[in-house]
Design a protein around this ligand. Structure first.
Ligand code: GDP
Ligand code: GDP
Length: 435
């Protein structure tokens, strides 16, 4: 399971700054799950060798008194969800009463917690740190989040015990394709899981997981192995309306990270809502292969169907690589066809191409349409090879590659997608200058 890091501390100590650096994004990818997360932002960690999920919290104001009011509820929840807590303080200020309470609270939890003294660019680091030793935290890091100083080393150290990213490859998946079934509450995930498995399997695997972990269900279909990652918790028939487990963002994000192919379940009766878009954004950032299942298609009028399809075309342009299915999990309509798109997406996501094939493709693309001149010199793209799969990563070597404009990157992606017939998976390009 992908480890989860929570950032807690007073407002203005630099949590958002660190969050943005860890996720390399300005905005949280997933936020605001209808009252479930409010002030918690979730992002995919991109630093060092290990993948992780990071949670940012609004902050714990120093104005209140008493642990219950001081520790904003969201921060408490984030601490509970996390494997690692980074407790941030501002090196320019001394420790405050609220920080002593946070430290006290962390000591009562059996969590890996670290004190992070931020903004050491503008203070004498040693004297700043000395004031915070009194908080009694075991480990202390000194960083400047705004400049990146100390950040990578800290992340490497706090995650050292957690697993490395395992590259998806055919031989790595004994249990077959890992299919993550994700979506907002009540879109029909449990109903779909039951359908995908077939009724007789359900009872066998009917055990509620813990609130945090998804249930992994290995099974075979037409003699092929698969593993479903069930984020909703399989429920027995007759109990299906009973909300056994609460929806959990962390569970969903971990399932996305761990899956080979994600089936994003949407509710046709509600259309596309912001939370769907946040999830979609996260799936794409993570690079997972994707199939979109528009559920509850039964009982929709022709007009409603037309309207929804128009909306999808307009709002899903950035995910236009993914196949969309219109299904009814309740009646089983269209569910079997999901497997065709799941297989296709997985094959595309894990396919390998030789360096000579990719280099030839690059040369053809460049001769059809040259990269632009930069300060009188033309950008040169010389050769290409694979840098990873699920998602496919194409590494391109050349000169001035850091100057390749976005429009040209899009041109390359479109060309590679078309020629390699890539469907159902995001793809990435990495540019390197020199050899
Ligand atoms: P948050 O409320 O804890 O999320 O804090 P922010 O990330 O919004 O940062 C609060 C302020 O501190 C902003 O003006 C940041 O630019 C500044 N800041 C963050 N990190 C650093 C740092 O490493 N050094 C300095 N000098 N300022 C920083
Ligand atoms: P989950 O929270 O995403 O796991 O959603 P459930 O599978 O528990 O379904 C939520 C509700 O939607 C239940 O009342 C289901 O019976 C209903 N539902 C699920 N799929 C469909 C469908 O295809 N059509 C209709 N009309 N209702 C459905």
């Amino acid at each position: 399971m992908v480890p989860v890091i929570a950032l807690v501390g007073r407002p203005n100590v630099g949590k958002s700054t660190l969050f943005n650096r860890l996720t390399r994004t300005r905005d949280a990818l997933v936020a605001d799950f209808a009252g479930l997360t409010r002030d918690r932002k979730y992002g995919e960690g991109r630093m060092g060798e290990r993948p992780f999920i990071v949670i940012d919290t609004g902050g714990i104001s120093g104005d209140e008194t008493g642990i219950d009011t001081v520790m904003a509820e969201q921060s408490l929840l984030a601490i509970e969800e996390a494997d690692v807590v980074l407790f941030m303080v501002d090196g320019r200020d001394g420790r405050t009463a609220s920080e002593e309470m946070i430290a006290q609270h962390l000591r009562t939890r059996q969590k890996k917690s670290y004190l992070v003294v931020n903004k050491i660019d503008s203070v004498d680091a040693d004297s700043a740190a000395s004031d915070f030793y009194a908080l009694g935290m075991e480990h202390l890091y000194m960083i400047a989040a705004a400049h990146g100083r100390g950040v990578k080393q800290m992340v490497d150290e706090v995650l050292a015990g957690f697993p490395l990213a395992e590259e998806a490859s055919e031989e790595a998946v004994d249990g077959g394709i890992k299919i993550g079934i994700v979506g907002r509450p009540n879109v029909g995930k449990s109903t779909l899981v039951n359908r995908l498995l077939g009724e007789e399997r359900v009872v066998v695997y009917d055990h509620a997981g813990t609130t945090r972990d998804s249930i992994y269900i290995p099974y075979t279909r037409h003699d092929k192995p698969y593993t479903l990652i069930d984020t909703a918790g399989v429920r027995k028939r007759g109990r299906i309306n009973e909300s056994v487990e609460k929806f959990s963002v962390i569970k969903t994000l971990q399932a996305i990270q761990d899956a080979n192919v994600v089936v994003l379940v949407l509710d046709a009766r509600e259309g596309l809502v912001d939370q769907d878009m946040h999830l979609l954004g996260f799936i794409i950032e993570t690079g997972r292969a994707l199939v979109i299942a528009f559920n509850k298609w039964d009982g929709m009028s022709q007009d409603e169907k037309r309207e929804i399809k128009e909306t999808l075309e307009r709002r899903l342009v950035f995910a236009d690589f993914a196949r969309i299915h219109f299904i009814s999990a309740l009646h089983g309509t269209g569910v079997g066809h999901l497997y065709e798109s799941i297989e296709e997406a997985y094959e595309c996501a894990t396919q390998r191409w030789s360096a000579s094939r990719l280099t030839q493709l690059l040369e053809d693309a460049v001769s059809d349409h040259q990269p632009p001149l930069v300060r009188g010199r033309r950008i040169k793209l010389r050769y290409a090879h694979m840098g990873g799969s699920n998602p496919p990563i194409i590494v391109i070597h050349g000169n001035q590659t850091e100057e390749v404009p976005n429009a040209y990157k899009r041109y390359l992606e479109n060309t590679f997608r078309r020629v390699l017939k890539l469907v159902g998976t995001p793809m990435r390009f990495e540019f390197r200058t020199g050899d």
